[in-house]
Design a protein around this ligand. Structure first.
Ligand SMILES: [Zn+2]
Length: 160
């Protein structure tokens, strides 16, 4: 066994319905936020956070028969998802054949990497939550909101 880095442990991932179970050796290679339109749509979310794993350190533990693939030829990306519940499971890029990217949200435990990197940050959506202070919404327990900073100042029009 000629491994360059000795795995420190395992991280387990699963889809929403639990049919598909995945596993990687940790630490993962890296983790990142992807703001590209393709990942935004594939996840139906503001952006997607991924853990990048070496393919040889990635395993499908259960539910392989339930995995459906979508070949996005325009992007050169093959996306796999659970045919039962629709959860995005991982994506593979033709130009990075040794890597598999798994949504960070599928892991319940630590993956050994913090998502410090951003792809396509120029596509960050103005409606994405980026950590602004939040306050409780009166009369709606469990709901918080961000007071709008955008105040209409029509009085400033024509000032300059
Ligand atoms: Zn599923």
């Amino acid at each position: 066994m000629a491994q360059t880095t000795k795995p420190a442990g395992l991280a387990s991932a699963r889809c929403l319905c639990g049919t598909v179970r995945l596993e990687i050796d940790v630490p993962a290679r890296w983790a990142f936020h992807d703001h590209s339109a393709a990942s935004r749509r594939a996840h139906a979310a503001a952006y997607a956070t991924y853990v990048g794993s070496w393919r040889k350190r990635f395993r499908i533990i259960e539910g392989g028969a339930a995995i459906t693939r979508y070949d996005d030829r325009a992007c050169g990306i093959v996306r796999s998802f659970c045919a039962h519940c629709g959860t995005p499971l991982f994506y593979e890029r033709a130009r990075s054949p040794h890597m598999v990217n798994i949504p960070r949200a599928l892991f319940s435990g630590r993956t050994g990497r913090q998502p410090l990197y951003h792809l396509a940050i120029e596509e960050l959506q103005e409606w994405a939550y980026t950590g602004e202070p939040l306050i409780p919404l009166k009369g709606f327990p469990g709901v918080v909101w961000q007071r709008s900073k955008k105040k209409k100042r029509p009085d400033r029009e024509g000032m300059f």
